[in-house]
Design a protein around this ligand. Structure first.
Ligand code: ADP
Ligand code: 5GP
Length: 210
């Protein structure tokens, strides 16, 4: 029996660039179809293979500024010279429909979301070590050497934010990391405080009295 949630659950995933957030999310979204991905807006150029509207909404700095002024973003930040923001409407609508949403934000974005929506579930993804993180960024081949250096440098202080999160996953073996993320989603859906308890009690007790 699928438990009916009173409201959808918002999951945020953070971790150093190259830790594997997008790789993990893609795999989780394939296996847990009831969870929706919140597509962010960004002013950074698209990487080869990235699709506008699917990976990000790739927009100009002017359009981003308009979005800020119009209050379109739940939160926004500047990261390594580019702007990133979470469109508010998609999240509000899905949560109101009782659907869960998962998103990938940096540590400042996660803190902003937590201050507005304290019931958010936050997950921090770590690489096994910095050497592996470096290899992954080089292997992804989406940034120049200088940008990789900045992202690695940023990673050193980002990791210090770990204690502000609810859960941690070390992404060494991808399949294991995906199983762990799935386990977190499943466990959060079973929380008594999130479900319509009256409905489930009526179902269970009603069945007994018939
Ligand atoms: P992020 O979204 O955190 O910046 P990506 O998902 O783009 O990171 O992953 C960075 C690189 O590391 C990609 O080339 C991806 O294929 C690779 N990668 C991700 N997870 C693993 C893993 N568990 N083992 C090996 N390579 C991985
Ligand atoms: P990338 O350029 O590697 O896709 O993302 C760089 C960083 O921006 C990552 O740490 C990612 O989590 C973060 N990010 C992506 N979208 C958003 C967003 O909408 N808001 C915030 N605050 N950070 C984001």
């Amino acid at each position: 029996m699928q438990l009916a949630l009173k409201k959808g659950i918002l999951f945020v995933l953070s971790g150093p660039s190259g830790a594997g957030k997008n790789t993990l999310l893609n795999a989780v979204l394939e296996k847990v179809p009831e969870v929706h991905y919140s597509v962010s807006a960004t002013t950074r150029p698209s990487r080869p293979g990235e699709i506008n509207g699917r990976n990000y909404f790739f927009i100009s700095p002017e359009r981003f500024q308009q979005g800020i002024e119009a209050g379109e973003f739940l939160e926004w930040t500047e990261f390594c010279g580019h702007y990133y923001g979470t469109p508010r409407r998609f999240i509000d609508e899905r949560l109101a429909e009782g659907k869960s949403v998962i998103m990938d934000v940096d540590i400042r974005g996660a803190a902003q979301i937590k201050s507005q929506l304290p019931e958010v579930v936050s997950v921090f993804l770590l690489p096994p070590n910095m050497a592996v993180l470096h290899q992954r960024l080089v292997g992804r081949a989406s940034e120049e050497e200088e940008a990789i250096r900045r992202r690695l440098e940023k990673a050193l202080c980002e990791v210090q934010a770990l204690t502000d999160y609810d859960y941690v996953i070390v992404n060494e073996d991808l399949d294991l990391a995906v199983e762990r993320m799935k386990a977190i989603i499943i466990a959060e859906r079973q929380r008594v405080t999130r479900i319509d308890c009256q409905r489930i009690m009526d179902q269970v007790l009603g069945g007994m009295l018939e």
